[in-house]
Write a protein that binds this ligand. Sequence first.
Ligand code: ADP
Ligand code: MG
Length: 305
Amino acid sequence: MEHDLDSCAVSRDQPQSAEEVAAGLREAGYLPGESAALVSYLAARLGKPILVEGPAGVGKTELARALSTYLDRRLVRLQCYEGLDEAKALYEWNYRKQLLRIQAGGAQGGWDEVQDDIFSEEFLLERPLMQAIAGTEPVVLLIDEIDKTDQEFEAMLLELLSDFQITIPELGQISATTMPIVVLTSNNSRELTEALKRRCLYLWLDYPEMEREMEIVHLHAPDLPEALTRRLVEVVRMVRALDLKKPPSIAETIDWARTLLLMGAEDIDRETFEQSMSIIVKHRTDIDLVAERVGMKLGAPTQAG
Ligand SMILES: Nc1ncnc2c1ncn2[C@@H]1O[C@H](COP(=O)(O)OP(=O)(O)O)[C@@H](O)[C@H]1O
Ligand SMILES: [Mg+2]
């Protein structure tokens, strides 16, 4: 009995199979492909970071969210951008508060005392990477769109991911007590370093197969009739097959499904398509191409007969 309880307590963080992870992610509202479930399972078991690459809007960020729900861990998110530095990613001193402390305590106590005081944890601003490492609760750490940072930042991260340790000169070393599950995402806007890839399990997410995309749409727009859902996904796939600047992603398929519901559309004929295609196609040149190639294939509006 006791043994049973024990295995129960660890089962979430130590899933027994990729199928178990797939079921857990589904329960969290995420329909994973086979490889997403497998890589997530391995990451949980091996304690290795996952690097998820793929086009925009295919569920990279959402995977991290779903993992945190499924594993019952808090999600700590670091959104990357050009120029992101350690002060915003790791920690920085709260200068304003330090200054106030210096002014307030000017009279009593020597400088040494003040100095010890203002370089204590109370004056530290913890940024996401630090929160993930210093926290007492296990977390899922999402480092989103890592390709937007520069290689210098990547190198800093690499060090952090290899020993889960941060050294603050004034405070000493802080080591992780609970291992975060790390998910890094990249939209592929630049090639990541080999060193980073070597440290991670790799997951390539692409547009899903027909049936899974229908399921995803159904999850987000359950009121859309099945026949129309199928039609919608078929048309989206037709659009994706064209050579577009920006093919529609899952996010856009979902938006379109919701739009059709609001429009009260019963079918996707040419008129409906032309009215709503800006939901899935968002570049001038793409719009022209799609209107010509896909619009033609769809039936003419009934009244124009
Ligand atoms: N496998 C999936 N299951 C459920 N919803 C999904 C799935 N993949 C994508 N989505 C939905 O698509 C949208 C875009 O996903 P997101 O993770 O933001 O894309 P990315 O980070 O790859 O750009 C989200 O609203 C998410 O709910
Ligand atoms: Mg994202």
